[in-house]
Design a protein around this ligand. Sequence first.
Ligand SMILES: [Zn+2]
Length: 676
Amino acid sequence: MKKVMILSFAAALMATGCTSKSVTKTPGIDLSNLDTTVACGDDFYEYACGGWMKNNPLKPEYARYGSFDQLRENNQEQIRLLFEDLGKQKAEPGSVAQKIGDLYNMGLDSVRLNKEGAAPIADELKRIQSLSGKEAVSAMIGEMHRTMSAPFFAIYVDADAKNSSMNIAGWYQAGMNMGDRDYYVSDDESSRKIRDSYTNYIKTLFTLAGYSQEAAEQAAATVLKVETAIAKAAFTREELRDPQAGYNVMTVADLKKQYDGLDWDVYFKTVGLDSVQKINIGQPRTLKAVNDLLKTLSEQEMRDYLAFNCIDGAAPYLSDDFVNARFDFYSKTLSGKEQIEPRWKRALNVPNSLLSEAVGEMYVAKYFPPEAKERMVQLVANLQTALGQHIDSLEWMSAETKAKAHEKLNTFYVKIGYPDKWRDYSGLTIDPKESYYANVRRAAEFETLYSLKDEGKPVDKAKWYMSPQTVNAYYNPSSNEICFPAGILQPPFFNFDADDAVNYGAIGVVIGHEMTHGFDDQGRQYDKDGNLNDWWTPEDAEQFNQRAEILAKQYDNIIVLDTVHANGHFTLGENIADHGGLRIAYTAFRNSLNGVEPALIDGFTADQRFYLSYANLWAGNIRDAEILRLTKIDPHSLGRWRVNAALRNIDTFFKAFNIKEGDPMFLAPKDRVVIW
Ligand SMILES: [Zn+2]
């Protein structure tokens, strides 16, 4: 629920990443990535990335595989080496090495996992199946939120959007395990089929957990009924992008009065928020529906719904029959994957996510060169200068708003590589005598409490919201902060051996992208201190919105598959950031040349290499099911459109490749949009 804007979408347990000190040189532009049989003016994405796509066919375990994933996979290999080294030493009990090593090994131990079957969740299920009364139900929901799952809703702690130096508790809609409300409410054939598969999946899980055929069928119907009721009231993806609509702070006393379906005192005490006095309700309409459900579900319905959340959350850490059932629905049906990831990758993702900073500390020590940080500091400063020039040159913005924009730009809080202070994991116990699930559950609880303990306290600006080994980057509006973990500071994003055109076209655009998030349709609503506070004159806001609307329409017109269109409003912030990132990085690159045009490399001009380098970041293959799923849930445009649609608004791109009227890539100057 931490609302940071990231560069690229990855599943929750997939975040891995980082840099190599190896001596092999990576070429700036790998010419084999190109497909020169395609004219660049016909389809630039195919021209720049067609070779890569042919050379890297989709592996069965992937729904999408691109240069991003290639780097993530490379990082998994590096982390695997770290973990295997840990396995060779006799780690001191209670040390971080012991915790990571034991957790990893438990995930690898298929013999034990398969022998234990559903036993690790038996006690918890028994407790759920005997729940009776509001107090007991409230305590159980609190316990589940504190550990492994999010039935009905989610609870979190984050900076108060209107008092950004203080943390506040937040209520956020959840409880829809398919991940998007459309899957529940859309009436098209594909959604109906997905609902049928989901019902079968729920039945399978209940059966594996020991329910009779008949009870499993009944329980599956209940789960779908509850989740559909939440989905019908839930905010849409577009509504969720409105930070003002998401800001509804109330006292806990009022919460108790208005939404009395839950015993909030019991709930807060169990979840770990004993002294909470006020809370932000992200989606009041959804809370009302949840409150109605809490008051009207029968005792058996409540037990079955909570039981499913327990089994579904535990399934990845149980025997293969659970793991495979989960894969069949979430990965095969929803994403089109053909094969489950190898066990070592699944096992590795667990400590890499639950002890992420401890893994990050080892990772950085082994793989991150300190020179990378120095070079990044300089690049970020150059990008800041370029964005300042762009603000000054905007014809549509008043001097008053420009001054405020400069203030915000000059107060960016920049994080590069890894945190200055590392997290302490000494309070976490990993004990291989207990089940894998019990250990994962305790580690998840450790994470929840780490985050909830900040409620009502000042915001710690030094805290990182991404681990150093992650191949990604983010902008956090409430702290006006941009962050570039060590994981992304390696080729193809950042390449010591390559010319500047290649680096500005890649990591330069990434930096510009994150900076632009501070000024996109959401980010612009926050001031330099991270408060939701309108600093725009109404006329300037109107001018901004007009331009943003043109961009949204351009993306609405894209057909991603068959008759399905991209969602220009849902992806607006990311598209503004791609567009701004490209423009700002290009200016920073030209500034860096001091008027001296670099020589051709491999027959390409520096400008051409800048845009080829950018396009190559998004090279990738993707399955049809994943195109449809990501179009629903991912606020980023698909790789193909992050290239072809973003570049169509850039004058210097057309010049660099001599793309002219009549070429399919061409967009008439009057139809191009400039925002930043
Ligand atoms: Zn972004």
